[in-house]
Design a protein around this ligand. Sequence first.
Ligand SMILES: [Fe+2]
Length: 397
Amino acid sequence: MTIDSIIVLIGYIILHVFSVAATESCLSSHTRKDGPYRKIRPIWMALYILISVLPILGTFWPESALKYEIMKYGNIWIGFDIYYCGFLLIFTIIDRVIRNIRSRKTEITLQPSRWTLILAIILALILPSYAMVHAQHPVVTYWTADLTKGEQEKGTYRVVLLADFHMSVNSDPALIEKTVELSNAQDADAVFIVGDFFTSNYEGLKEPEKYIAALSQLSAKEGVFGVYGNHDVKENLFCGFAVAPVSKAFRPHEMEEFLEACGFIMLEDGTIEIAGGDIVLAGRYDKDRVGDGTNIRKNAEELLDGIDPDRMIFVLEHEPKDYAELASAGVDVAFSGHTHRGQIWPCNYFIGLFNENAYGRKNVNGMETFVTSGIGYFGPPQRSGTDSEVMVIDITY
Ligand SMILES: [Fe+2]
């Protein structure tokens, strides 16, 4: 296992030992010693522990249909559970601090009060339930960029930017169908899909033909162009972290055949001309997972070798990274996804700490960058505080 995944696994276990112990001590202290709770206590504890182990089982279970069922329900569970554990921990600490201040004592205990427990349960039911429904309703957002720099304009190029379908055990073809419908209604010059079509497995995707049928309807005047993301490889993940090193991460041919059947033009560290030759479109391999067991890809200079930097250059780059390198190579606009804008509350408040541009439009060293919130979801099938997004960008050049 990688160091990252070991740390996350230990954190997950510690959090669950706390939540089981804290819940139990609260329930015990508020029920009669000879009451009915004593009889059901072993049952709920065993059930809670069993369900909490699902995400771990899903990661390490051998390849089979059962593995992907465990992963599916493990992801749904984790979406509720992480809020329960989080709220319980935070509310308990706040409650304890307030009590200590009032009583002027320093009592160190993590036993939640009755109201702390009830509030954590209610919020852990309401928030994920809303987020599961909200995740299935993509919205269209409109953006502009003026690249003329005071010169005579040649025209306007309309791009629909999509990303992060994350087709896997918890995806729903209906979301992809809605996305295609919204995108096609924009009458775009091109659709750019900037990676993470899948979530690190292909075998977990049920009825791929339904997805292909929907995605092959996606259209634009000049076509649909794509690049691969860090999850368009085969990998075992625990809570989003790969358990094996990058040398084990290969792209299965099924993923490539799927995208070929959709009619997408995949750019693999390559370039193509669009807008009648006015614009050079470059597409990069993912920074962390190229798909051949390495993270070695062309640098920006190699990618654009032989291309006049004074030409209009667009780059599809899954992760919003290496902006300075792209800008100094003469890139005018970089299109990315990957961040999901944080996907679920409150991650949307922190995602900006880890990315130069976590969402929307930002000018970096004279280069315009656009990052979409993406379509699908990673892990829990939820979106809260963020939207599933079809980003429409009109670029004047
Ligand atoms: Fe990604």
